[in-house]
Design a protein around this ligand. Sequence first.
Ligand SMILES: [Fe+2]
Length: 358
Amino acid sequence: MWLKNVWYVAGFEAELEDSAVIARRFLDTPVVMYRTSSGQLAALDDLCPHRLMPLSAGKRVGDQLQCGYHGMRFGPDGVCTEAPGQARPSDKACITSYPLQARHGLLWIWMGKPNLAKPNLIPDVHWYQDPAWVPSDGYHLIQADLRLLNDNLLDLSHESYVHTRTIGNEEEESIANFPLEVTVEGDRLVRAHREMPNIDPPPFFAMILDHKGRIDRWQTAINLAPGINMTDVGVYPVGTARKDAFVGHVLHLLTPETDHSTHYFWSMTRNYRLDNAPLTQAIRDAVNLTFDEDREVLEVQQAQIARLGGAIPRVALRLDEAPLRARRLLAALVEREQADPDYVMEPLPLIDDRYLQG
Ligand SMILES: [Fe+2]
C-alpha cells in the first residue's frame, strides 16, 4: 500500500523539453507525460481504452497522443478527440489524467484524489534550482522497495563499508562509532544527525576540498515521508571556521515504480566552487558510482526478502533507530489515509537551522 495523496517526483523538468514524451510507471500505474506547445504539462494513463496499447508506443501529433494501433487521439486532458472510422468518438473513450506540476526544476505528479492536489503541498527542495547552489544530478532505477532505500539513506553508517572508494572512511574510523542524534518532527519527518570531528577525509571530500589533512564533518540524514530524502553534509579543514564549511545538500527523491522497484532521482547540490564545471562533473561521476554501490546492496536485500520472506531487519541494531522510526511513521500515514481518503499532509521544511550552528 502506498501513500497516494502526496506529490511524487516524476522526473526532471528538463526531460520534457521540446516535444519529448516520457513513459514511466508510478505506484504500479503506467503513465505518459509531455508538455504541450503552450507549456501545459500533461500526465495520462499510458493506455488506449480501445485495445489497451500503451499510448507511448504510438506517436505525438501536435499536442495530442495518437495510438499506434488504430489512430485514436487524445488531448492533454485525456479526452478522445478522434476515433478513425466514425464521425465522433464515444464519450466513454477518455483516459485518466493526473495533476502534473513543475517546481524547483522537477516534475511532480499526484496519483491520489485529483481535487486534493494543491501545488503548495509540493515539498521544498529549492536547492536543485537555486542560483546559490550547483547541482550534480542523475537517476537510478533500483529494483528494491522504496522503504529499503529510505532505510539505507537514514543509516549512513554503511558508508564505512559500502562506499570506501568515495564517501566512506576506513573501518578504524567507522561512522557508526560517532554518536547519532535522532529526532522526529510531526507525523512525517525524521532526522539523524552526527558530528564527526577531526577525521581523515574520505577520498570524495579530499577531492572537493582539495585538502588532504584532517577535517571536521557533519552529516544529517533527513527523511520526509514517503520518499523525500536529503543528506545535509558539511566538511571543513580542522582549525577553520564551521561557517565557511563546504556544504552539500544531497537530494534523494524517491518514487515507487512498483512495490519492488523505485525511481531514484538524485542531485548533490553544493554551495562552493559554483563555477567549476569539471568539479560538477567529477561530483556527478563520484555520486553515480556511490549510488551504484547502494544499488548492489539494495537489490541483494530485495532478492533475499523475496526468497526468504519476513520483515527486515531480522535483528535490529542500534543504528537502525532512524530507519525503524521512519518505517513506523510511513505505516501510520498509510493507515490514516486508508481510514480517511481525503487526508492530506502539510509540507515540513527539511532543514532545521539549529544543525548549521554547530
Ligand atoms: Fe549509500
